[in-house]
Write a protein that binds this ligand. Structure first.
Ligand SMILES: [Zn+2]
Length: 296
């Protein structure tokens, strides 16, 4: 249930809106490096199948006590199918085919029929294509929950038919990343910054790998605010609502695809930092990549 999950308020807030409006998409892709994504997917599934969801303080969650909830908690609800795979490395087309057949059958007890695929990025291209058939002609009440560490291994055709939700990495949850005036200035004027500006900023403001990690956290929050605003068009769930004017402008300038590209660039930079790459080069490259997204 959502109330048992630590952090992840952004995605929970998003799911609560979906539940409140009843505008449920046919497929969600939850990406992130930790276990939060499965807890989020299960909680969302439970809230969809719960027969008496509770609303408190404007929040919506499964009740935890109805027959449907008890079955969900025992992993025994006929309308939730979890596709576990046999082979360690790949999910084959044979493992996806039964899902397509099953998706044609109406829900047994609930209003939705939910399929969850952990480690969905292990699907072979053939398996993804088989899944695509289900996504192209989604039977009415089917909801597909794909879980993966990154969206990189999915076919563009699959990505374009799913709602991509990235969990907040542990990196983001630490509270110690402080937005200094210098960092703020750089982010605000990034679309117009020269390479010289970026090099100077990195040299002067980021003395070591720890500072670099803190900087990445801030950039994460900045791009997430832009993504959240783009989707919701309100400042309700923003981390920095005081920057709304700038966030609104950036959200208009960046397509979802560009935002995803920036998020991927931040992921890559974080990975390279952990592998002890050259801090200066990694950050400069990241800033250049972000800037290019404003112009291409
Ligand atoms: Zn319930």
């Amino acid at each position: 249930m959502f109330r048992e999950i630590q952090g992840q308020n952004r995605i929970i807030g998003y799911f609560e809106k979906v539940l409140a409006t009843g505008r449920v998409s046919h497929a969600y892709l939850l990406c992130g490096e930790d276990d939060a994504k499965e807890a989020l997917a299960r909680s969302f599934a439970q809230a969809l199948l719960c027969t008496s969801p509770v609303t408190a303080d404007g929040r919506i969650d499964a009740c935890g006590t109805c027959a449907a909830c008890l079955k969900m908690q025992a992993e025994d609800h006929p309308d939730l199918k979890i596709i576990r795979h046999e082979k360690a490395q790949t999910i084959s087309v044979e493992e996806i085919r039964p899902l397509r057949t099953e998706a044609q059958v109406k829900p047994y007890e609930g209003r939705y029929k939910i399929f969850m695929i952990p480690e969905a990025d292990k699907m072979t291209p053939q398996a993804q294509n088989a899944l695509l058939k289900t996504l192209e002609e989604p039977p009415g009440q089917t909801v597909l929950l794909l879980l993966a560490s990154t969206p990189e291994r999915f076919l563009p055709t699959v990505l374009s038919r799913t709602v991509l939700l990235r969990t907040d990495p542990p990196l983001m949850r630490k509270e110690d990343a402080v937005l200094t005036d210098e960092t703020k200035k750089l982010l605000l004027r990034l679309p117009d910054a020269t390479s010289y500006d970026m090099t100077t900023f990195v040299k002067e403001q980021i003395p070591d790998a720890d500072a670099a990690e803190g900087f990445l956290r801030i950039v994460y929050r900045w791009i997430r605010d832009i993504a959240v605003y783009k989707r919701t068009e309100t400042d309700d769930n923003l981390i920095s609502p005081e920057e709304i004017q700038y966030i609104r402008k950036s959200a208009a300038a960046l397509s979802y695809e560009k935002i995803a590209r920036i998020e991927a660039a931040i992921d890559t930079a974080a990975r390279r930092l952990r592998a002890r790459g050259n801090t200066e080069l990694i950050l400069e490259l990241l800033l250049l990549r972000i800037r290019s997204c404003f112009y291409e």
